[in-house]
Design a protein around this ligand. Structure first.
Ligand code: CP3
Length: 341
């Protein structure tokens, strides 16, 4: 049976060192990615299995990371509900929800038809990766997807979505339920196609108060995670800006909670308890430090933990575009050389 280090750590098995990967490890800070982008649009890269496979593998060839994360985007499944999405480079939705009653007439395309290139990419990656490296599939959390599909942009805050949820509770619930269904099925399909782990990105969950998080975001996450747990697929819940949300995240049912750099790891350990694994949480801007600074900072992050398993080293959010490549390498190597034995 395959037992990638990440899966072992997620299950709190004894491990010789912490595993490491980076959110957005494939992307514009890599020269080889920029070269692909000269020839293909972002959506072409996502929707052509051979190209998505190639881009997914780029960071694995560059650094000894412990996982591949499928190259795709959280907005792609929105096409199942009839949304037209483009990237310039951030997501642009041509037909966001403009009137509350539009949620009652959403189309529902066949999930397999829309997302088959993604599932095909996962199968190719599965065949390529050895037993050491985990294959991570992912999806956006329903709340975060709702933010992009209801708000009219620019996407700097999502007051429009918060106001929509308060003003039209029934319509919000209808829409949220439709999103939750699509994402749940999509995640289960990714697991069946060969993903070892699924990460849910609730990138905009942190704009909600604890009470609103429990009302507007958590219920969908719990349904999706419960379906993954039924499939026996370990899962990671990432919520940006979540220091105040840990009591809710503790009840999500996730194998691991991924926190950003504003939550000290000691606080996360204390509040989440021993039975939930933790992922995080190096500040992406700290990768702009000197190489020595990155090495020292990474060690300090790991020394801040009490646990010796149940942890995955990562950033607190995605790699930024201008990040020096050698500092990504330093981060990965610093985690590798932090021995737990
Ligand atoms: O982590 C990886 O390497 C896998 C690929 C991945 C992408 N997007 C590729 C991408 C993943 C996991 C995502 C998730 C995603 N997409 C999230 C959740 C994570 C987060 O950042 O909070 C969100 C909110 C999105 C929506 C999205 N897509 C945004 C905000 C942007 C613009 C980002 C930017 O840096 O300008 C995108 C586009 C996008 N998704 C790019 C990449 C590599 C850049 C597109 C390009 O190359 O032109």
């Amino acid at each position: 049976m395959r037992k990638p280090l990440i899966v072992q750590s997620l299950h709190s098995k004894k491990i010789p060192r912490f595993p490491v990967w980076l959110m957005r490890q494939a992307g514009r800070y890599l020269r080889e990615y920029q070269e692909m982008k000269e020839q293909y649009s972002f959506l072409e890269l996502c929707k052509t299995p051979e190209l998505a496979f190639e881009v997914t593998m780029q960071p694995l060839r560059a650094f000894p990371v412990d996982a591949a994360i499928l190259f795709s985007d959280i907005l792609l499944p929105a096409e199942v509900l009839g949304f037209r999405v483009d990237f310039r480079p951030g997501p642009i939705v041509d037909n966001p929800i403009r009137q509350a009653d539009e949620v009652r007439s959403l189309s529902r395309h066949d999930i397999a038809a829309v997302l088959s290139p993604v599932l095909q990419t996962i199968k190719m990656l599965r065949a390529e990766l050895d037993g050491e490296k985990a294959l991570i599939g992912f999806a956006g959390a329903p709340w975060t997807l709702a933010c992009y599909l209801i708000d009219q942009g620019p996407y700097k805050h999502f007051h429009g979505t918060q106001i929509f949820a308060r003003s039209f509770p029934n319509e919000f619930e209808t829409f949220f339920a439709a999103l939750t269904d699509v994402i749940r099925e999509y995640c289960v399909e990714q697991a069946r196609a060969g993903a070892d782990v699924i990460q849910l990105f609730d990138s905009w969950g942190g704009i909600l108060s604890l009470e609103d998080y429990q009302r507007y975001s958590l219920p969908g996450i719990q349904k999706i995670i419960s379906a993954l747990n039924d499939e026996g697929i370990p899962n990671i819940l990432y919520v940006n800006g979540s220091s105040h949300l840990l009591p809710a995240l503790k009840t999500a049912g996730a194998t691991a909670v991924s926190v950003d750099w504003r939550t000290p790891l000691g606080q996360a350990e204390l509040e989440l308890g021993d039975s939930i694994a933790i992922q995080g949480n190096f500040d992406p801007t700290a990768l702009f430090d000197t190489r020595e600074g990155v090495a020292t900072g990474t060690r300090a992050m790991l020394e801040g933990l009490k646990r010796k398993t149940g942890f995955i080293a990562n950033l607190g959010h995605g790699v930024l575009q201008a990040t020096p490549r050698e500092n990504v390498e330093e981060f990965v190597n610093s985690v590798h050389s932090f021995s737990l034995t």
